[in-house]
Design a protein around this ligand. Structure first.
Ligand code: UDP
Ligand code: MG
Length: 344
C-alpha cells in the first residue's frame, strides 16, 4: 500500500469526480474552564480549515471544567456536526485529556492545539503542507512567547535543557504540545499504556519522520493559564523525568560511591592524626553530629527518589482506567481503548 492509499483509507469524503478524496484532518483541543474562548476557537478553526480543501473535525475534550465549557461544546456540536466533544466525569489533567482525544479522533492526521488560541489556527495549513510532503510529525517551534511571565519562560528553558541532557529521547527544544501527528504516530502513542503520560517525550520516542516549523506563540485569548505556579509545574517536571530517565535512581549509587571513597580517606586521616598528633582535633561532638546529619539527609533523599518511582509503579500495577467519560457529542459509543498490557 502506498502512502497515499493509506491516507485515503481514513478519508470520509466520497470522490465525486473520480479524483481521490482528501484525508480528514482532526483538530484536537483539551478544554479546562475555557468557556470564554470556545466560540472564538471554533470560528478561527472553521475559517482556516474551510480555506483548505480538506474535510475536518474539531474534537474538544472537556476535562471536568467547572464553568459552562461543556454546554458550549454541546451547543457548537448542535450547530455544526464537525465539532465533536467528550466530557470527563472529573478533571483528569491535560495529558489524559489529550490521550482521550487521540483515542477518539478519526482523521488521517491530528493537530493538537491549546484551546486558548495560543497556538494559532493560521499555522495549521503550513503543518498540513509539511505532512503532505511526507513528515509524520510536524511540531511547532516557538520563535517567540507572547504574554508569558519571565519566570515561566526561564523555568521552561532550564527544564527542557535538563531533560535534553538526562534522557535518551531527544525532545526538541522550545516546543510545546502544539503539533500535527500522522495516524501511524497516533496509533503508536495509543499503544503506550503508561499512566504517567508525558506526551512531549512520548511523541519523539516513537520516531518516524519528524520536523519542526517556527511559529509565534500568542498570548491567551481569554482566561488564565493552568500551569503557572511551581506547585502546578513541579509534578509535570517530575513525571517527565521519571518517565524517561533513571538518572535520579543512579544518583544514589553515585553518591554512595562518592561518600564511601571520602570516608576511606577520612579513616586514613583519622589514623594518622591518632598516631602523630598529640591532641585529637577532629573527633569533637560537632563533627560527629554534622556527619551523621549529612548522611541522614542523603539517605532520606535517596529513599524519596525510590519512593517516586515506586509510587508510579504502584499506579501502573493498579491498572485503573485512565479516564471516565460522562458524556459524548458526535461519537457513537466509547471506542475500545487498547490500553491493556499486551501479554503474548
Ligand atoms: N487543560 C486541560 N486540563 C487541565 C489543565 C489544562 O485540559 O487540567 C487544557 C487547557 O484548557 C488548555 C491546555 O490544556 O487548552 C493548556 O493549558 P493552559 O493554556 O492553561 O497552559 P499554558 O498554555 O499556559 O501552558
Ligand atoms: Mg495555553
Amino acid at each position: 500500500m502506498t502512502g497515499k492509499e493509506q491516507l485515503n483509507r481514513y478519508s470520509n469524503q466520497t470522490a465525486a469526480d473520480g479524483a481521490p478524496p482528501l484525508p480528514t484532518i482532526s483538530i484536537l483541543a483539551p478544554v479546562y474552564n475555557e468557556e470564554p474562548v470556545l466560540r472564538e476557537l471554533y470560528q478561527r478553526v472553521q475559517s482556516v480549515m474551510d480555506g483548505t480543501p480538506y474535510p475536518w473535525e474539531l474534537v474538544l475534550v472537556n476535562d471536568g471544567s467547572r464553568d459552562g465549557s461543556g454546554e458550549v461544546i454541546k451547543a457548537l456540536h448542535e450547530q455544526d456536526s464537525r465539532v465533536k466533544g467528550l466530557s470527563f466525569s472529573r478533571n483528569f489533567g491535560f495529558q489524559v485529556a489529550v490521550t482521550a482525544g487521540l483515542d477518539h479522533v478519526q482523521g488521517a492526521a491530528v493537530i493538537l492545539a491549546d484551546a486558548d488560541l495560543q497556538d494559532p489556527p493560521e499555522v495549521f495549513p503550513r503543518m498540513i503542507e509539511k505532512w503532505r510532503e511526507g513528515y509524520d510529525v510536524v511540531y511547532g517551534v516557538r520563535s517567540s512567547r507572547e504574554g508569558e511571565t519571565w519566570f515561566k519562560v526561564l523555568t521552561a528553558k532550564l527544564f527542557y535543557r535538563l531533560i535534553y541532557r538526562i534522557t535518551e529521547v531527544n525532545i526538541p527544544l522550545d516546543t510545546g504540545d502544539f503539533r500535527l501527528m500522522d495516524r501511524r504516530v497516533v496509533n503508536a502513542v495509543r499503544r503506550m499504556p503508561e499512566r504517567n503520560r508525558f506526551l512531549r517525550g512520548m511523541v519523539p520516542w516513537v520516531g518516524f519522520r519528524q520536523t519542526g516549523i517556527p511559529y509565534e506563540r500568542r498570548a491567551r485569548y481569554a482566561g488564565e493559564s493552568k500551569f503557572n505556579s511551581v506547585r502546578q509545574m513541579l509534578p509535570f517536571a517530575i513525571d517527565a523525568i521519571t518517565s524517561f530517565s533513571y538518572l535520579p535512581l543512579q544518583l544514589a549509587t553515585y553518591m554512595g560511591f562518592g561518600l564511601a571513597g571520602l570516608s576511606l580517606l577520612a579513616i586514613l586521616i583519622v589514623i594518622a592524626l591518632r598516631l602523630f598528633a598529640p591532641s585529637d582535633p577532629l573527633l569533637g561532638q560537632a563533627t560527629t553530629l554534622v556527619v551523621v546529619l549529612f548522611l541522614g539527609g542523603v539517605q532520606l533523599i535517596s529513599l524519596g527518589i525510590i519512593g517516586e518511582y515506586l509510587g508510579r509503579i504502584y499506579d501502573e500495577v493498579k491498572g485503573r482506567p485512565l479516564y471516565l467519560i460522562e458524556e459524548m457529542w458526535g461519537f457513537e459509543e466509547p471506542r475500545k481503548v487498547a490500553r491493556h498490557r499486551e501479554r503474548e
